[in-house]
Design a protein around this ligand. Structure first.
Ligand code: NDP
Length: 379
């Protein structure tokens, strides 16, 4: 086809439009970029550089592998008390060895421009200290649950984030995965009528040695696993509990439970009248589930709090029905939400205030166990 023909057909680009009428179109491209190459409308997504602080079981087995599924984050640095382990992990994940830090020199992160944020995966007793140090070093903070050891530490962390004008997000991964978020949506739509009851359990068998069995490291079943039940009652109802009663069992015969209880059961009363019955244990087979019961039906989420393997069924009085929901990697979803709010400066779904709200109830649970009385959470 001639240039004139191409012109007529509207297929001529700028380069070839320089051809004169009657001249043949070259069969090979000119020694320039073709003029119809399109640049993307938006630049490729910038990724948020994360330093993982504490290379323990959760970091190694779940969080680091989740970076492969994350669209908006990159692991750029590691903080560890064990340099040999950190070097092996750095090699596996392509982290430069100069970006391995230790706890003593943690503040050096301030001079590392590849680190936008830290993900704190340390024992609970260390969360507040390292969150505050990171915020002072100018980094955003994603911090594992429970947020800290007590209410006062949570408040200090929130204050430090405000002062530093940086994000502080608590890693409540279930708020970012589709089974739990679907359960929330169904409850908000009143799919089961008026909510009346929630039953939630999160139990596992903890072998010593383990940070979870140490009082000094702020271990114990309520902050470690019971917090999932507590957080679920709050996100399913969308309410804050007003009263709590709790019992604990701490068997003298089992050396694992010298410092922390084996099992804790707690009941919560919510303002609209929902009653929640929750329990957690470090001394049983794995058992993680909740059931929400309303006036016209109920929802059960099996393995509700596990990393994967959730199964949801609802019953509206016509027999149980499994809901088909496509699972997601919890940690990648959580980190991507965090990164999005860092990049776009939008609020996080689970800020420090969310961790603080749980911690207030956790302290009330401990008080109820000590006193044997119902503790009011009003006011
Ligand atoms: P681990 O005991 O396996 O790891 C903790 C890491 O912290 C250690 O490997 C170590 O890393 C570092 N550390 C620094 N100081 C100490 C110390 N004095 N004693 C022990 N460890 C120390 O714990 P997990 O990975 O199971 O849990 C870590 C945090 O993650 C906890 O807050 C826990 O509640 C939370 N978690 C959250 C889960 C979730 O689903 N969101 C699931 C599991 C845990 P290094 O050697 O590199 O210094």
């Amino acid at each position: 086809m001639t240039a004139a023909g191409l012109l007529g057909a509207g297929l001529l680009n700028v380069e070839t439009s320089l051809l004169k009428a009657g001249q043949e179109v070259p069969l090979a491209p000119p020694d320039k970029q073709p003029t119809d190459v399109k640049l993307p409308d938006l630049p490729p997504e910038r990724k948020v550089g994360i330093a993982i602080v504490g290379l323990g079981k959760l970091a190694i087995e779940e969080v680091l592998p989740a970076f492969a599924h994350s669209k908006l984050t990159r692991v750029n640095a590691l903080v560890s008390g064990h340099p040999d382990k950190a070097k092996r992990i750095a090699a596996a994940y392509g982290v430069e060895t100069k970006r391995i830090y230790d706890y003593e020199h943690f503040e050096r992160l301030a001079d590392d421009p590849s680190v936008d944020a830290v993900y704190i995966i340390l024992p609970n007793s260390m969360h507040a200290e390292y969150a505050i140090r990171a915020l002072k070093a100018g980094k955003h903070v994603l911090c594992e649950k429970p947020m800290a050891s007590n209410v006062s530490e949570c408040e200090q962390m929130i204050g430090a984030a405000k002062e530093a004008k940086k994000k502080l997000m608590i890693a409540y991964r279930l708020r970012y995965e589709p089974f739990n978020t679907s359960a929330i949506a169904l409850c908000r739509k009143r799919a089961f009528g008026e909510l009346k009851k929630i039953e939630a359990a999160n139990d596992q068998d903890v072998k010593a040695p383990n940070i979870r069995l140490s009082k000094a490291l702020a271990g114990g079943p309520v902050g470690d696993v019971g917090i999932y039940c507590l957080n679920a009652t709050r996100y399913l109802t969308g309410e804050e509990p007003i009263e709590v009663t709790a019992f604990a069992h701490q068997p003298k015969s089992d050396p694992r439970f010298r410092e922390v209880p084996e099992s804790v059961a707690f009941n919560l009363r919510f303002p609209t009248g929902v009653l929640a019955s929750c329990s957690c244990s470090f001394g049983t087979a794995e058992n993680r589930r909740f059931r929400v019961v309303g006036t016209s039906g109920h929802l059960t989420l099996d393995n509700a709090f596990g990393y994967r393997g959730q199964e949801m069924s609802i019953n509206l009085g016509d027999g149980p029905k499994q809901l088909a929901i496509t699972p997601a990697n919890h940690f990648a979803a959580e980190m991507d939400h965090f990164a999005e709010s860092v990049l776009q400066n939008t609020p996080v779904r689970t800020p420090g205030e969310e961790g603080l709200a749980d911690m207030r109830v956790i302290e009330a649970i401990a008080e109820s166990v000590r006193s044997g009385k119902t503790v009011s959470l009003k006011g």
